[in-house]
Design a protein around this ligand. Structure first.
Ligand code: LFR
Length: 468
């Protein structure tokens, strides 16, 4: 058996998964799972890097124990966040993208480079936490820094000592030229970001380096770190078993990333006005998509209920009850930025609905139904826009990630879009990570279609037909 290990860090948890490849088929074993709980400090909201590092190390040690021989290790995570370093010293702990300090950064950046110019240069939808806005809040620290590492690259450095910037994730900084796929050093210098902090760019499949001797000792084995689609969404899109010229995807976890895959960026005025992004994909494709708030709306609501009541809420039971709710529920705009920060989500949803003359849910089941209906509506609308703006005739919607297990969400997305939904695989991100490594190691071969054929063979999707 030929094995590779994927480290997949999500906004609420991380996992380490071993993928075994045998004659073009894949088998997966989860060898490590750990929580990712952000920490609030007087200076802002940060990732708990120490806990994450421990989770990654323990998981990889287990991977070596379980697999014996591992051909490579690949790391993916959420996008936009970074660490600043001076030499081998980290200057502070990485901020969480939901930290609310960036409003000032947005104003400063747009004062120098207006949004329509930025869109022409970097192709990114406006999200207040894009790296360039965060960097505009790093006065003083930037002067001391000599490198910036995105979160997956930070783990690559911890493991190998090498500092690189993987391209799919670099595309979410706002400092990568969407046309040339090189750092836009002119824009960076106008924004006061020294070009020296932008590391050498690498592509998915490139070798980052070998494990540092003390790391190899601690893990009980050695293997090179290989760059993957290190932006988790880039890895997830690799594992969408789709025909890219006639499908849309929704990578649904904390966020719902809704879009299509294109051969080149779509930089039209209409795309900018619809706030669609052009992020870098594996094999130089474009991920033309829109960020919808995602399951965050539900998890943050449940977190608040659990905090209030002190009782644990059973999600499957809640969703089953929500599915039985009869009669219309209030629909809110799941794209509204008021839902972005952590905090009392039920209150914000109630206020939104009341202010828009929509029925306010009376029970938890009605609340859950209102959230899922609103998400499905936002998904259907983003799929429609993605098709219109890209010229792709969307005949199937693929839902991958945790949301693919939410039957109510999948069915309502089919109903509200009028397009069949194919749900799964749930671990698309880890699978995409493993596949890119396996190709680099020579365990499988071919292009994205070939990798997607491996996924289609190994994981049977669940089909949801729109109610007529
Ligand atoms: C999903 C994701 C999205 C990105 C958001 C913040 O996990 O990576 O693609 O917009 O998190 O980084």
């Amino acid at each position: 058996m030929k094995s590779v290990a994927a480290v997949d860090l999500g906004a609420t948890s991380g996992r380490v998964i071993v993928g075994r490849f045998d004659r073009g088929s894949i088998q997966m074993e989860t060898v490590g799972r750990f929580a990712n709980d952000p920490v609030q400090t007087p200076g802002g909201m940060h990732w708990d890097l120490t806990a994450l590092t421990r989770g990654v190390t323990d998981g990889l040690r287990e991977a070596f124990r379980a697999a014996g021989d591992i051909a490579s290790i690949g790391v993916d995570s959420w996008a936009v966040d970074y660490a600043l370093l001076r030499g081998d010293r980290m200057l502070g702990t990485p901020f969480h993208y939901r930290d609310d300090r960036t409003a000032g950064g947005v104003e400063r950046v747009h004062g120098i480079a207006p949004f329509d110019e930025l869109y022409r240069r970097n192709g990114l939808q406006f999200l207040p936490f894009n790296t360039l806005y965060q960097l505009a809040c790093e006065e003083g620290v930037l002067d001391a820094a000599d490198s910036m590492l995105m979160i997956p690259d930070l783990f690559g450095w911890l493991l190998t000592g090498e500092k690189v910037a993987e391209r799919t994730n670099a595309s979410t900084t706002g400092l990568l030229d969407v046309t040339t796929q090189q750092w836009d050093t002119e824009l960076a210098s106008r924004l006061g970001v020294p070009a020296r902090i932008l590391p050498r760019l690498v592509d998915p499949g490139d070798t980052v380096g070998s494990l540092l001797p003390h790391v190899a000792r601690e893990l009980g084995g050695s293997a090179p770190v290989v760059a993957v689609g290190s932006h988790d969404t880039a890895s997830a899109v690799v594992a969408v078993p789709m025909k890219a010229d006639q499908a849309a995807y929704i990578s649904c976890g904390t966020w719902g990333l809704v879009g299509v895959e294109t051969a080149s960026p779509v930089l039209t005025d209409a795309a900018r006005e619809a706030n669609f992004t052009n992020e870098g994909g594996v094999d130089s494709r474009t991920r033309f998509l829109h960020n919808v708030m995602g399951l965050w709306l539900l998890s943050e609501t449940i977190r608040e209920w659990e905090r209030e009541s002190g009782e644990k809420i059973d999600l499957p039971a809640l969703l089953a009850e929500a599915a039985r709710v009869e009669g219309p529920v209030g629909i809110f705009d799941a794209n509204d930025p008021v839902f972005m920060p952590p905090g009392d989500m039920p209150r914000r949803i109630r206020t939104w609905l009341a202010e828009h003359d929509q029925p306010v849910p009376a029970t938890r089941a009605e609340f859950a139904r209102s959230i899922v209906e609103s998400l499905a509506e936002a998904f259907a609308s983003a799929v429609r826009t993605a098709g219109e703006l890209s010229g792709i005739d969307v005949r199937t919607i693929h839902i991958v990630g945790g949301g693919s297990l939410n039957q109510l969400l999948c069915q309502l997305t089919a109903d509200r879009s009028g397009i069949p939904v194919e749900a799964g695989p749930v671990e698309a991100t880890a699978i995409g990570n493993l596949l890119v490594q396996a190709r680099s190691a020579g365990f499988i071969s071919g292009d994205l279609d070939a990798m997607r054929a491996v996924v289609a063979e190994a994981f049977r999707p669940t089909r949801y037909t729109p109610a007529s």
